[in-house]
Design a protein around this ligand. Structure first.
Ligand SMILES: *Cc1c(COP(=O)(O)O)cnc(C)c1O
Length: 420
């Protein structure tokens, strides 16, 4: 039995924790510091992080190159407003993101969180039609299994049943929720739906390749090509929410690049700063941007989060892009994929296990029913791993620097809990 630090006991009465029934939840683990793929706890234990802190710390924690860039920027200017002022980290980052993304996804609007960047993308899509004098295109077509954030508007485009937001049904306007067009039959169904309701729809919104928080559900690139075709046929915009899959997670820098499908708007966050500071972006093509380019001030995008383009966060993101440019991740992702596939395969056929799947540095054991998060977390921690299941899935999304031995520790922890 270890003593909890006093800040934990005192603060526990005041901190309202995420996704948490505060009355019954086990206390959180107190972390003293982070390093590489590891969380070092106040009680001296050290855990291999199997989920890279909600998919953010792609290069591992405290990467010296990112840390140095943030420290350097701290000397010059930690923050300034973005209205009427410009700074090098944000302007350089926008240039680099535009270059790294396919097609003419060239116009970068910064924000601070993923949900807010999705809200901005939605607002861009609605105003795109208003600015063009087209009325009534105010809804979004989104997909079962999807997750796009926790704010009010993004809740409406999450999976309506599986998601965490069913309590709020009716509070916000309904969107059009469909099945992903993963085969010809579902494509035909979506085609019929768009033929009926296309005129109401501003944009199709999808997480390309992997629906993350909705259950780590994979789909192939042909699905994305079908969406691009249908969006073109019915003249609606296509938004890729790459907040989870962006920055190498599926083996390509961006899913849109790997799938050779250029959406009209893409959203990025999570790994954008290598998990160092909050930052997000909604990035639009010339076609979208040009609908706002006008002598009419009323046609402008009226949005501007206070901390948008924060210099420290942009410095971290530039440093993270430097690390992507070294190319080491291109070998690390398949290496981790192989470790995950080998280590998790034994779970197939285990009690209550419905599926085992791996794509890039994402390993998933899906159960037939939701798993007990609290007791699983505790057992994983006893096995030296930080793994936090989500609904029916136990998943691993480790940092790309996670060693083979650390990946083996993570999969062994999953096997020991799943197979008993
Ligand atoms: C996490 C996530 C979001 C929300 O990002 P926040 O930073 O938590 O607001 C939106 N879309 C996807 C695909 C995500 O994975």
């Amino acid at each position: 039995m270890t003593l909890d630090p006093s800040w934990l006991a005192e603060g526990a009465a005041h901190v309202w924790r995420p996704y948490c029934q505060m009355k019954t939840a086990a206390p959180p683990l107190a972390v003293a510091r982070t390093e590489g793929a590891r969380l070092i706890l106040e009680d001296g234990r050290d855990l291999v992080d199997g989920i890279a802190s909600w998919w953010t710390a792609c290069h591992g924690y405290n990467h010296p190159h990112i840390r140095a860039a943030v420290q350097r920027q701290l000397e010059f200017a930690p923050h300034m407003m973005f209205g009427g002022l410009a700074h090098e980290p944000a302007y350089r980052l926008a240039t680099r993101l535009a270059k790294a993304l396919p097609g003419d996804l060239d116009h970068v609007f910064f924000a601070e969180s993923g949900s807010v960047s999705v809200e901005i993308a939605m607002k861009m899509a609605i105003q795109f039609w208003i600015n063009r004098g087209v009325h009534g295109r105010t809804r979004f077509l989104a997909f079962r299994g999807g997750y796009h954030g926790d704010t009010l508007a993004t809740m409406t485009v999450c999976d309506p049943e599986e998601g965490m937001h069913s309590l709020f049904a009716g509070v916000m306007p309904d969107q059009v929720i469909a099945d992903l067009p993963t085969d010809e039959a579902s494509e035909a169904a979506l085609d019929r739906l768009l033929a009926q309701r296309g005129g109401e729809i501003a944009a199709i919104l999808v997480e390309p390749r992997v629906q993350g928080a909705g259950g780590m559900l994979f789909h192939d690139d042909e699905t994305l090509r079908r969406l691009r075709r249908l969006a073109d046929v019915y003249g609606v915009l296509l938004i890729f929410d790459e907040i989870f899959v962006g920055f190498g997670r599926t083996g390509d820098l961006f899913a849109c690049e790997g799938a050779r499908v250029v959406p009209d708007i893409v959203t990025l966050s999570k790994s954008l700063t290598g998990g160092t500071l909050p930052l997000s972006a909604a990035i639009a093509t010339g076609k979208v941007f040009n609908a706002f380019w006008s002598d009419d001030p009323g046609a402008a995008l009226m949005h501007g989060p206070t901390y948008m383009g924060n210099p420290l966060a942009c410095a971290a993101a530039n440093a993270s892009l430097d690390l992507f440019e070294t190319g080491a991740w291109r070998a690390d992702v398949p290496r981790i994929a192989q470790g995950l596939a080998e280590g998790l395969e034994a779970c197939r056929g285990g009690p209550g296990v419905a599926d085992v799947r791996v794509l890039g540095a994402i390993g998933v054991v899906e159960f037939e029913a939701p798993v007990p998060v609290q007791s699983f977390c505790q057992k994983f921690a006893e096995a030296g791993a930080w793994i936090r299941p989500m609904g029916k899935v136990v998943y691993l999304t480790p940092a790309f620097v996670t060693s083979d031995a650390e990946v083996a520790l993570l999969t062994a922890a999953v096997r020991s809990v799943v197979l008993g």
